[in-house]
Design a protein around this ligand. Structure first.
Ligand code: BG6
Length: 479
């Protein structure tokens, strides 16, 4: 037994996102989202997979939440599909959608599971995309705040923990730089920063609205944080690291926590002619929200090695491994600034994601010293090929090893003075990986389906029992 444990009120959790689990894409008044459309474009997703059925959580949420209760989960983080609440993004409310999420919330509360709601996990009402280009227009700010405010009022008294935006850095990069997510734009750098600015303002105004409705509620954004290590102590590589941090990490976390962009990065972008314009009123809004947020949400999967990248070096547009064939991902970077080579000290997953448990502790310590905010680990997990045996067992010892090692580091981070409120694994059941199909599994619960479909039956993996024990012992069983 480990002598480090989490406090009794620690939120041991697991997370999901609407599009990746629900299915029922056109049921009970739901509107069409950008993802409903994007997945129809040939070549955009692995083997053309969609979330039309996903893992049918829409019809099986009671079964799934009962499994969470059996495990002893303390919190369940899930996202709300904007299109179920406002099918057209704004205007008439779809009562069936509001009732669906209320039923999920009530089911969690019935078992003493704290619901943690994400307002935006990437599925935008297509109507807003069509009407004004979605996040490209400042019009979205008001529509997002109306949507958020509606939910704050609807679920007030039932939901205490809220996450405004999931991984703003990822969906904007994939949407406007690498064309891998909707709206599928390529290398639109100025637009990418403008879009981000709109997302920051939508987040900020939602936070301000939230605190008027639920002063005691807790709110923050979830950032996909890859803490960085310079490859060595050559000054040019150390400089590449600080530039990487300013452009790829602090660009988002500084706005959430301080309400302003990091100066060196902003200055660099001004010189490139792509910096977002910030008015005085906007600046004040961002600062007000920064004073009000309660925690930094962190989705942690991997760290990044950083090295100086010559001006004729690698670009941001290398191939990404979406097949699970190890070694097919390419090195990317920003010419003249940094690149992210592989880290020779660390193993990788089949999808070439670096496995670095200590990076989680590094991330917590960086946030604690830079922002002095409590931390919610809103995602952490291993995507892997799992095999179900003839007698319906799933022996995922590699997932147990991965999670165990990360939790050990998290326990140490807390011991070293970081205030961590929650740890949510990604994910509870297997689900659709946006670009990697159904074969990249993350869950404690195996779902019997593949790219072609399946019977959708649920089976507990070995990791299910392992996490149950971790929760029951407050982390003492972490080895
Ligand atoms: C995060 C997202 O980026 O990582 C999830 O918030 C996602 O939605 C998860 O599924 C794992 O990424 P992937 O690409 O392996 O599915």
């Amino acid at each position: 037994m480990n002598d480090l444990t989490m406090p009794k009120d620690f939120l041991w959790g697991s997370a999901s996102a609407a599009y990746q689990i629900e299915g029922a894409h056109d049921k009970d008044g739901k509107g069409i989202s950008n993802w409903d459309e994007f997945v129809q474009i040939p070549g955009k997703t692995f083997k053309g997979t969609t979330g039309d059925v996903a893992v049918d959580h829409y019809n099986r949420f009671k079964e799934d939440i009962a499994l969470m209760a059996e495990m002893g989960l303390k919190t369940y983080r899930f996202s709300i599909a904007w299109t179920r609440i406002f099918p057209e993004g704004k205007g008439a409310v779809n009562e069936a959608g509001v009732a669906f999420y209320e039923a999920i919330i009530d089911e969690c509360l019935k078992y003493g599971i704290e619901p943690m709601v994400t307002l935006y996990h990437w599925d935008l009402p297509q109507r807003l995309e069509r009407d004004y280009g979605g996040w490209e227009s400042p019009e979205i700010i008001e529509d997002f705040v109306n949507y958020a405010t509606y939910l704050f009022k609807a679920y007030k008294g039932k939901v205490k923990y809220w996450i405004t935006i999931n991984e703003q850095n990822i969906f904007t990069d994939f949407g406007w730089m690498t064309a891998m997510h909707p709206p599928g734009k390529f290398n639109e750098e100025a637009l990418y920063y403008k879009v981000n600015h709109h997302v920051f303002l939508a987040h900020a105004k939602a936070v301000i609205a939230f605190k008027k409705i639920m002063p005691d509620g807790k709110i923050g954004a979830s950032f996909a944080y890859s803490p960085s290590y310079a490859v060595d102590c050559q000054p040019k590589n150390a400089m590449a690291k600080i530039d990487y941090d300013n452009l790829k990490n602090f660009w988002w976390m500084d706005v959430y926590a301080y309400g302003r962009y990091p100066k060196n990065a902003y200055n660099y972008l001004v010189k490139q002619g792509v910096a977002p314009i910030v008015t005085e009123t906007e600046q004040a809004t961002l600062k007000e929200a920064a004073r009000l947020i309660d925690f930094m949400g962190v989705n942690y999967y991997q760290s990044a090695a950083v090295e100086y990248n010559p001006i004729d070096g690698v670009t941001r547009f290398g191939e990404m491994n979406t097949t699970g064939k190890k070694g097919t991902g390419q090195v990317t970077g920003l010419p003249g600034v940094y690149k992210n080579p592989s880290n020779p000290y660390l193993e990788t997953t089949d999808w070439d994601w670096v496995i670095d448990p200590s990076g989680l502790r590094y991330a917590c310590k960086e946030i604690t010293s830079r922002y002095d905010l409590p931390i919610v680990i809103s995602e952490n997990g291993l995507g892997a090929f799992d095999q179900k045996t003839a007698d319906n067992q799933i022996h995922d010892s590699y997932r147990i090893a991965y999670l165990n090692a990360h939790l050990k580091e998290l326990l140490k981070a807390v011991d070293e003075g970081c205030e961590v409120w929650a740890y949510c694994t990604w994910s509870f059941t297997d689900l659709l990986s946006w670009l990697n199909g159904y074969q990249k599994r993350y869950g404690f619960v195996y779902v019997d389906r593949d790219e072609e479909g399946g019977n959708l039956n649920r089976y507990k993996k070995d990791s299910f029992y392992w996490y149950k024990e971790v929760i029951a012992t407050d982390g003492a069983s972490v080895e």
